[in-house]
Design a protein around this ligand. Structure first.
Ligand SMILES: [Zn+2]
Length: 188
């Protein structure tokens, strides 16, 4: 049998490759964030749960987002998507700006007011009210809810860009590289 025939005979192969890429991403992130000889139980429990659920999901996006958010939380960076981190205004009805400096998001008004503190040549991603709500849920829900929730492609893009920004800010180059590697095999 040639390789081409083998691929045709296994239509689920693409899905399997995506899952392998996602699983190795989870492993790469652990490598990137865990200092040697310093086990962090919460992080391992989270990774094990994510790997288990990965096997039975058709679409891994929300699970991976959940993993990323909770990994940050386990490392001490629990993000808040419910309100502007500067003025406390609720994240409803308008887009907010990603603000890792403040541990969550800030409203357009506060961003304007605080603009001096931010480099404008690299504007932070924005999150719609719906994306903020979903991110908040992904942090707080039972992990298995990723089976019952779907996100439209536009919202996935939004969330992916925001999470990449937070991960790079808090965890630096190794985490950013892991996410980049994943994007070669898995298109959000
Ligand atoms: Zn504000």
């Amino acid at each position: 049998m040639t390789q081409g025939e083998a691929v045709e005979a296994r239509p689920e192969l693409r899905e399997d490759l995506t899952k392998i890429a996602c699983a190795s991403y989870i492993g790469e992130m652990l490598d990137a964030v865990l200092p040697e000889n310093k086990p962090q139980e919460g992080v391992f429990v989270l990774a094990a749960a994510a790997l288990t659920l990965l096997g039975s999901l058709d679409e891994p996006f929300l699970l991976l987002s959940c993993f990323e958010l909770r990994l940050l939380a386990a490392l001490g960076y629990r993000l808040n998507f419910d309100a502007c981190a500067a003025c406390g205004r609720s994240t409803q009805g308008e887009s907010f700006y990603v603000s890792p400096e403040r541990g969550g998001v800030i409203c357009a008004g506060c961003r304007g007011r605080l603009a001096g503190a931010y480099a404008e040549d690299f504007p932070p991603p924005q999150l719609s009210a719906g994306a903020c709500r979903l991110l908040s849920g992904l942090l707080n829900w039972d992990l298995r809810r990723v089976f019952n929730v779907k996100a439209a492609p536009a919202m996935r893009q939004e969330i992916d860009a925001a999470l990449a920004y937070y991960l790079a800010y808090y965890l630096g180059a190794p985490a950013a590289r892991a996410k980049e590697n994943l994007s070669v095999y898995y298109k959000v």
